[in-house]
Design a protein around this ligand. Structure first.
Ligand SMILES: NC(=O)c1ccc[n+]([C@@H]2O[C@H](COP(=O)([O-])OP(=O)(O)OC[C@H]3O[C@@H](n4cnc5c(N)ncnc54)[C@H](OP(=O)(O)O)[C@@H]3O)[C@@H](O)[C@H]2O)c1
Length: 300
């Protein structure tokens, strides 16, 4: 293990709780492998201390931050600058610090797209997409896909008002791209028939209730690529079902790894080999056991 010195650059994960986060193992193992003098440190902080902790940390030898639940929005007014995509998403999960200036990014949507491209082919932008769920992760994915050229995004959520809000924001970025679909099989079927990719961005299917399905099985068809961003478990009921009818599937592991790879590059200027990050991620998952019990909303 590398011994930190006064010259070691810090990358700090801010969130609460962080007890079972896999990011320290993932990033520190790659810093070690690549011989980079960096240390990734989880720091639990509550909302009332976020400002003072962040102000102090950014004056230290810090190259950047990850930010997770519950601070992804709250951190934004504390930053000097925000990347336009992160601003349009309305949440920051990565911060770079250069010459004392902080700049916020959101790598979740790009990380998802990169993991999808493992299945669709390098550089492929899915044309017609159906997103189940309209929470924070769906927002990052939807805004990113719209910004990258997806022409049609169907948004389906239990709370319709939340889907309507996201549709307004997506359509402000890409006119006529988003359409709200009521969560009824009869409404979902034609939109799914028109879609190439289905993304489950709800928390349905996640431990401790892995048997929950986010949709009625009969609306699936075998031409869909089905992505589930739930990563605990990785092989969700939805993915099992999709695979059984012949769909290509994408698990949530790639999104976690690629959002981390993009952040790593922002802090260090070095693009890490995804296989190395994956190995660090998997060793952390092994250490915690396969039924991960960390804050289920925390991807960091
Ligand atoms: N693989 C990755 O890298 C990655 C990254 C981020 C998140 N995730 C995972 O993605 C999932 C969503 O995360 P998030 O941050 O977007 O959470 P969030 O903001 O809390 O959103 C949760 C979404 O799930 C829906 N939902 C929850 N319970 C439901 C139920 N019983 N019936 C129908 N819909 C329900 C919510 O609908 P309402 O709006 O109606 O409440 C909302 O659309 C979590 O499992 C998280 O672990 C994975």
């Amino acid at each position: 293990m590398r011994i930190p010195s006064a010259r070691t650059k810090l990358v700090v994960l801010l969130g609460n709780p962080l007890g079972h986060s896999r990011s320290p193992a993932m990033h520190n193992s790659v810093f070690d492998k690549l011989g980079l003098d960096y240390l990734y440190l989880p720091v639990e902080v509550d909302a009332q201390n976020l400002h003072s902790v962040f102000s102090g940390l950014k004056r230290m030898n810090v190259a950047g931050f990850n930010v997770t639940i519950p601070h992804k929005q709250r951190i934004m007014p504390l930053l000097d600058d925000i990347d336009p995509l992160a601003r349009s998403i309305g949440a920051v999960n990565t911060i770079s610090v250069e010459q004392g200036r902080t700049r916020g990014y959101n790598t979740d949507g790009e990380g998802f797209l990169m993991s999808l491209q493992q299945e669709l082919g390098p550089g492929a932008i899915p044309d017609r997409v159906f997103i189940l769920g309209c929470g924070g992760a769906a927002r990052a994915i939807g805004m990113t896909l719209a910004a990258r050229g997806t022409s049609r995004i169907y948004l389906c959520n239990r709370t319709l008002a939340r889907a309507a809000d996201l549709a307004v924001d997506i359509n402000a970025l890409a006119a006529n791209c988003a359409e709200v679909i009521e969560p009824e099989p009869a409404r979902m079927r034609p939109a799914l028939d028109d879609s190439r990719v289905l993304i489950n961005a709800t928390s349905l299917g996640m431990a401790p209730e892995p048997d929950n399905l986010p949709l009625e099985p009969s609306v699936l068809h075998r031409e869909l690529v089905v992505a589930d961003i739930v990563y605990n478990p990785l092989m969700t009921r939805l993915l099992e079902l999709a695979r059984s009818i012949g769909c290509r599937i994408v698990t949530g592991r790639g999104m976690l790894i690629y959002q981390g790879a993009l952040a790593f590059e922002l802090w260090t200027g070095v693009a890490p080999p995804p296989d190395e990050l994956a190995a660090g991620f998997d060793s952390a998952a092994d250490a915690h056991g396969s039924a991960v019990t960390e804050n289920p909303d925390s991807t960091k």
